[in-house]
Ligand binder design. Sequence first.
Ligand SMILES: [Zn+2]
Ligand SMILES: [Zn+2]
Length: 352
Amino acid sequence: MYRSCLYCDRALTGSGDAASLRPGVRLAFDPDRARVWTVCDRCHGWNLWWPDERVDALYELERLARDRARVLFETDHIALLEVDGRQLVRVGPAPRREEAWWRYGRRLRRRRRLFHSPLTRVGVATYSAVSSVGASMGLSSVTGNFSGSDDRQTEVLRWRRFGRTAWSGRATCPNCSSVLIRLFFLKSPDLILMPTDAGVASIGLPCIRCDSWSGDQTHRFDASAAEPVLRRVLAWYNIEGATTTDLDRAVRLIEEAGSAESFIGGLAAERRPLHSLERPRTVALEIAVNERAERARLAHAAAELDAGWQRAEELAAIIDDELEPPSLGPEAGGRPPERRRPPAKRDRGGLF
Ligand SMILES: [Zn+2]
Ligand SMILES: [Zn+2]
């Protein structure tokens, strides 16, 4: 394989083998046509491996794809896979069914482990002491004040990670025209998920002046603000993460709805405030909202890779045909192509 990109000269690996690929650089392979590429993370150029280097790599890549990879996204031509945090591109259909919801579920489990770790407890105790000093000096707006807190661990971690403002901007109440310019996290459990005319979910905060809980008289967030605010608020809300039981129930709720979209749409139709949702539903909502955002990002990346593969495949067909010419001897009026082969190391210790 190539140590640096043929198109932009960016270093692709640290020491020349696949195990030392730089973060963001992907390996791509086509098991049917026996092709392997290294895809540059800067110029997105597909660097075709030399034929004699491909055989062992193809075997290993296909084994990884079949046994250990998770399917992130599929297009008509390629499957974007992940193995141990690295992405692989397999030309052709995905070797296994996409495992929905695992991405964010894993993050919620990790968040729970961190929340309950001894190191976190020590950090919370230390910060509590600092904040008491700050509060006694009148600096509680900077350090927070947790002296009367029932759940100091949760409140300190929320403060440290998110501060107190979930959003700032302008959200108008259609009934009284008052304008909300800041949403504090402490008010965010009152947020209502609601449907819009465009068929997507939005959020609103009941207007204090109108004192309405109907979901009609609320400060409405526009569609572009709603999703990031909801993701941020749910991460604050579920800062403790989720147990395996919580996750199983949450995943079942999404699966019963049919998709992340349908689950969000179903909740929006109920127009209930966040604080009234049972825990599995808030976990499911965080998973669904993030899954939807993640899929949009992956769809974009996969579409770019699909287009890149189509160009790379045309070139690879020409190169492979040239590398194995049927007859190019002097008697045939041609001469063998002169190729300078770059130094290459074959990976002996596994691709990842
Ligand atoms: Zn490049
Ligand atoms: Zn109002």
